[in-house]
Ligand binder design. Structure first.
Ligand code: XMP
Length: 512
């Protein structure tokens, strides 16, 4: 396993993704983690991340001494290179020349880091993003690649297995970056690369059995990938000690509730409580148009109904959740607030605290794409695995203004047509999330010989890797025209369709 020490870079998670793609398990710890914890983790190599900080200031973060005392192989990236140099006796200076974006580097020497990827004399594209630069090397190091802006673009101390690069190998703009990281992990640190989803599944099943014993577990199902994969995995581990509770708030897309019931109850034979609470939710939401009040109302009712159903089952010892690794990484934040923030799972807002139950979270160590791979390993249907994310509050936050059953029906039909066309055009997997929004605005139109006065429907589609930032999807005008025609022709209540060209930031993905 590999340890990644985080100095607060925006892209530290990408380093972890690249390492895991090589079949090696890794975790991200903040740079100021207790050395005892690093020792316990027992890594075979350490990667130092980038940082928004400068090593030239007194208070810039430093790698703990244990990194150097351990004699483990170390790979410094960007800030990681600078702090490695400075801590080992080299020199780093601020520079007027900021190097940002694509750059070409020239390889000077062969090293185990470049093996099979880069050759001496070759020029290769990398992604740079730095202000400071190394001006003199610590003893034992050599320059192995240079660029115009960074005479120390890559350095190596082959004997001590310490390597560092000024550029970012973890981002896609460094086309060979993933292979360099693989070289560090396999060639330099000597990791085998036998961390597979099948191995993860078996290990996790053993862990769940040990944690749960003869206890009873309840799991909230939403119809999304994460809770589904968690439920199937737990069921494989402990069978009918698991019961799933599916709270149907009446704000799902067409056919979704039926699919959940068919898959879990009929196909997997997992004990499932399906509570149709749409009257309760839509009743309480009637006349509510403030987005925050909507979210809070839905969150509160969800917990109430869930608790009620759990009580009917006679309670349980554990609550299972599909929490993912990005929700639990202790990320280093230098932008105000406490220096170390721990993000918590917000989907079921407060459920675990309220119910005071022990948690079973078998996906805590996985990224989204790894959850999908695990889902495949568990035999979940491809359609469910590929599904776009869908927010907990459902259609409620895609109907700005107040919500009625009628509006939900209109939106469901428009959304289904839009997704059907996306699927037919073979675009579903190229898009992170696509959905229709029903605006609380009526406009005038003409159909046949008559005047219409109906709602406007907005279409949204974005690409993203994690939902934190997103770009609008650039559909062909013909495609949008086809969808608009179908929606206006087939959905009574909508007479105008518009497309949302906003990226995130400054927009958010959802409209509320
Ligand atoms: P925004 O709209 O903030 O959304 O750009 C980012 C991602 O989060 C999803 N989202 C939610 N998911 N509960 C959820 O489970 C919520 O309250 C919620 N709000 C937004 C959104 O669909 C997108 O994938």
């Amino acid at each position: 396993r590999i340890l990644i020490l985080d100095f607060g870079s925006q892209v530290t998670q990408l380093i972890a993704r690249r390492v895991r793609e090589t079949g090696v398990y890794c975790e991200i710890f903040p740079f100021n983690t207790d050395p005892a914890r690093i020792k316990d983790f027992d890594p075979k190599g350490i990667i130092l991340s980038g940082s928004p900080h400068s090593v030239t200031t007194e208070d810039g973060p430093r790698a703990p001494d244990i990194v150097w005392e351990s004699k483990l192989p170390v790979f410094g990236i960007c800030y990681g290179e600078q702090t490695m140099c400075q801590q080992l006796g080299g020199k780093v200076e601020g520079s007027d020349h900021r190097e940002f974006g694509r750059a070409l580097i020239t390889v000077k020497q062969e090293t185990p880091l470049f093996e099979g990827v880069w050759k001496p004399g070759g020029e290769y594209q990398v992604w740079m993003s730095h202000g400071d630069r190394v001006v003199s090397l610590p003893a034992g190091f050599e320059v192995v690649a240079v660029s115009d802006g960074a005479p120390f673009a890559a350095i190596a101390n082959v004997k001590d297995k310490r390597y560092a690069v000024q550029f970012h190998p973890e981002v896609v703009h460094t086309p060979d970056g993933a292979r360099l990281i693989a070289n560090f992990v396999h060639n330099v640190a000597g990791c085998k690369g036998d961390w597979t989803m099948a191995a993860f599944r078996d290990a996790e099943i053993a862990k769940i059995r040990q944690q749960v014993g003869k206890g009873r577990v309840i799991c909230g199902l939403s119809g999304g990938v994460d809770s589904s994969v968690a439920a199937v995995l737990i069921h494989q581990a402990i069978g009918d000690q698991l019961t799933c509770i599916f709270v149907d708030h009446g704000l799902l897309r067409g056919g979704e509730a039926e699919q959940v019931v068919a898959l879990f109850r009929d196909h997997y034979n997992i004990p499932l409580v399906h509570r149709d609470a749409s009257d309760l939710f839509l009743g309480e939401l009637a006349g509510v148009s403030d987005p925050e009040v909507k979210r809070k109302t839905i969150g509160r009712l969800f917990i109430e109904v869930f608790e009620e159903e759990a009580k009917k089952l006679g309670g349980a010892d554990f609550l299972a959740q599909g929490t993912l690794y990005p929700d639990v990484i202790e990320s280093v934040s230098f932008t105000g607030g406490p220096s170390v923030t721990i993000k918590s799972h917000h989907n079921v807002g407060g459920l675990p605290e309220r119910m005071r139950m022990k948690l079973v979270e078998p996906l805590r160590e996985l990224f989204k794409d790894e959850v999908r791979a695990l889902g495949r390993e568990l035999g979940l249907p491809e359609k469910m695995i590929r599904r776009h994310p869908f927010p907990g509050p459902g259609l409620a936050i895609r109907i700005p203004g107040d919500i009625t059953r009628e509006k939900c029906e209109i939106l469901r039909k428009a959304d289904a047509i839009y997704l059907d066309e996306i699927d037919r055009a073979g675009l579903y997997d190229k898009i992170w999330q696509a959905f229709a929004v029903l605006l609380p605005v009526r406009t005038v139109g003409v159909m046949g010989d008559g005047r219409t006065y109906d709602y406007v429907c907005a279409l949204r589609a974005v690409t993203s890797t994690d939902g934190m930032t997103a770009d609008f999807y650039p559909f062909e005008p013909q495609f949008l025209g086809r969808v608009a025609t179908r929606i206006v022709n087939e959905v009574r209540g909508i007479n105008r369709v518009v497309y949302d060209y906003t990226s995130k930031p400054p927009g958010t993905i959802e409209w509320e």
